[in-house]
Design a protein around this ligand. Structure first.
Ligand code: PEP
Ligand code: MG
Length: 589
């Protein structure tokens, strides 16, 4: 360890969970400076044939990568390579390169590099994630074609070859083609300077199950000075040259994590019941097909919330009905007979989408969720058709997000009925009794939950939004995080009202906000009558361990006491005391 340089902590986006400790392997994408070489007139035809052959070869290699990615990460990971195939099959691009070769009498590799760079630069100029990802994909494809044109000089050749033993790959960005070729035995983790949670590198690192932190600003400025790195794929921290104390504490965390994992896995086979034998469902929140493996691994009862908007963020184009059908169908099939609640696209607020969102001053109170989709009837229709088409196994339910009034519920239901009729006329099989639920996450919906309950089959309480709207405190704004209190009595009363309204109409109610995974909240929620929790997959065993130590009658008494309080502080202290008595300091052993 280089002790001359002091510990430096950089912050990025946590892209794939886990902790990696190791030496860096600097992966620098070779700059493609292809020199201009002249081709005589009589050789032009030959040069074009060479180019076409390289295109074919590149296409075959992309198809091979797609197959490998599919094995590792399912349809979603494979889909990344579809966008590369689109680029390579683009007739305008092909013709442009051919024209460039014959017009300027140049080598095909020079023509490819020139033409592709032009497109890449045009996309790079636009400051948004969609276009920068697109530029990056063009660069990846361009490199591959050039590699196949100049087989002796391989830019971006297989990355793992340079890695000594097991190392952390550090780069400005990672091409999808690199990731697929990674040898997992050599790869401890990935850190990149660019890219977001939904960048292709992030998706593929989750598929490979290696810890990754992306979008680490000024990584290149500091990382060369580091001889040892820690990457924390949970918090998005990258620690360069850790102090001995930091090193030890992360080493311990890594060790504890491994032990915890073993313990949790053992625990996950036990039934999820309270001390008084009440069966509790513990579902998972997911946002990609990749996570279905974790749902199974942690023995979760199914998916309580599939956030579909992330799929749209990570794709380069608006997903077609068939693309979506393939994803929803894969999730349904993989998890059958477990249930899967698919949320209708909730774009807007903090989940902005480059392709569809509208620019507005106050997006959290603006055109979000169904409000936005009603303005995009074609998109809404293909989205609902895809979900309903995937429902023939009868394990899929639909949930309507961001509902403020009954009209939105009725309008969505009417559309679903119409689509079902169309699909049946077209001969598609589907679940005619597909269950329709509503996210209770806007205070008005909680207040009229008794009315909404008459119109739907189930509720899911979205406490992340409910808390922000009840308390008028932006869920992502650090400066109002002291106002954003999950245990504020107003929030608890709204949860109580919703659960009671559901019980009165005998419909199911779950809770899929972060609160479902807060240890202190679990006894309170059980006491309010909640019997279905939906959390990030790896929290499933944690929630289960707590539930198995509780008695619902005692929790009911606790909840009634909390409902009488006037401040979140008072509620928190009651909950802490109860938790300490029933669970003790360390319930996770
Ligand atoms: C919520 O609001 O609690 C919720 C689960 O949805 P999201 O966090 O996706 O808005
Ligand atoms: Mg929400």
């Amino acid at each position: 360890m280089n002790r001359k340089i002091r510990e430096k902590i950089l912050k990025g986006v946590a892209a794939s969970p886990g902790i990696a400790i190791g030496t860096p392997f600097f992966y620098v994408h070779e700059i493609l400076n292809i020199s201009r070489e002249t081709v005589p007139d009589h050789d032009i035809e030959n040069e074009i044939l060479k180019y076409k052959a390289a295109l074919e070869l590149t296409k075959d290699k992309i198809l091979e990568d797609k197959k490998n990615a599919s094995k590792r990460g399912g349809h979603e990971a494979a889909k990344i390579f579809d966008s590369h195939l689109l680029i390579i099959d683009d007739q305008v691009l092909i013709d442009e390169v051919i024209y460039f070769i014959s017009e300027h009498n140049v080598h095909s590799s020079y023509a490819v590099s020139k033409v592709m760079k032009g497109y890449q630069a045009a996309f790079e100029k636009i400051q948004n994630q969609y276009f920068s990802q697109r530029a990056f994909d063009i660069e990846d494809v361009s490199r591959r074609i050039i590699t196949n044109l100049t087989p002796d000089d391989k830019p971006g050749s297989e990355l793992s070859k340079g890695i000594k033993g097991r190392q952390i790959v550090v780069s400005d960005n990672i091409f999808p083609s690199d990731t697929v070729n990674f040898n997992k035995d050599h790869l401890l983790g990935i850190v990149t300077e660019f890219g977001g949670k939904t960048s292709h590198a992030a998706i593929l690192s989750r598929a490979l199950e290696v810890p990754a932190v992306v979008g680490v600003k000024s990584l290149s400025k500091w990382v060369n000075k580091a001889s040892l790195l820690i990457i924390d794929g949970y918090s998005g921290k990258v620690i360069l040259n850790p102090r001995p104390s930091t090193f030890e504490s992360y080493k311990k965390r890594q060790h504890d994590e491994e032990k915890q994992l073993e313990n949790d896995l053992k625990f996950s086979v036990l039934p999820s019941i309270t001390l008084d034998n009440q069966q509790i469902s513990i579902l998972s929140n997911i946002q990609s097909v990749l996570e279905t493996d974790n749902v199974i691994k942690w023995n979760s009862d199914g998916v309580g919330l599939f956030r579909t908007e992330i799929l749209f963020e990570s794709s380069l184009s608006i997903l077609s009905e068939d693309d979506q059908y393939n994803i929803y169908n894969e999730v349904s099939k993989k998890l059958y007979p477990k249930k899967v609640i698919i949320r209708i696209l909730d774009i807007g607020g903090d989940k902005l989408n480059d392709k569809i969102s509208v620019k507005e001053d106050n997006p959290f109170l603006g055109v979000r969720g169904m409000r936005l989709l009603f303005d995009h009837p074609k998109l809404l229709k293909s989205h609902l058709r895809a979900i309903i088409r995937a429902s023939s196994r009868k394990n899929i339910s639909i949930i309507i997000p961001f509902v403020a009034n009954l009209t939105e519920v009725k309008k969505t239901k009417a559309l679903i009925t119409k689509i079902k009729k169309e699909l049946s006329d077209e001969g598609f099989p589907f679940d005619n009794d597909i269950r329709i639920g509503v996210m209770i996450e806007i205070p008005s919906a909680a207040m009229i939950a008794d009315h909404i309950a008459k119109a739907v089959d189930f509720f899911s309480i979205g406490t992340n939004d409910l808390t922000q709207y009840v308390l008028a405190a932006d869920r992502g704004n650090e400066r109002v995080s002291n106002i954003y209190e999950s245990f504020h009595p107003a929030v608890i009363r709204m949860i109580d009202m919703t659960i009671k309204a559901a019980a009165k109409r005998n419909i199911n109610v779950g809770l899929c906000g972060q609160m479902a995974g807060y240890p202190l909240a679990i006894p309170l929620l059980l006491g309010l009558g909640l019997r279905e929790f939906s959390v990030t997959p790896f929290l499933v065993p944690v929630v289960k361990k707590i539930i198995r130590r509780l008695d619902t009658e005692e929790c009911g008494y606790l909840a009634r006491k909390c409902l009488k309080q006037g401040s979140s502080r008072a509620v928190s202290s009651i909950l802490s005391e109860f938790f300490g008595k029933k669970i003790g300091d360390n319930p996770l052993q």
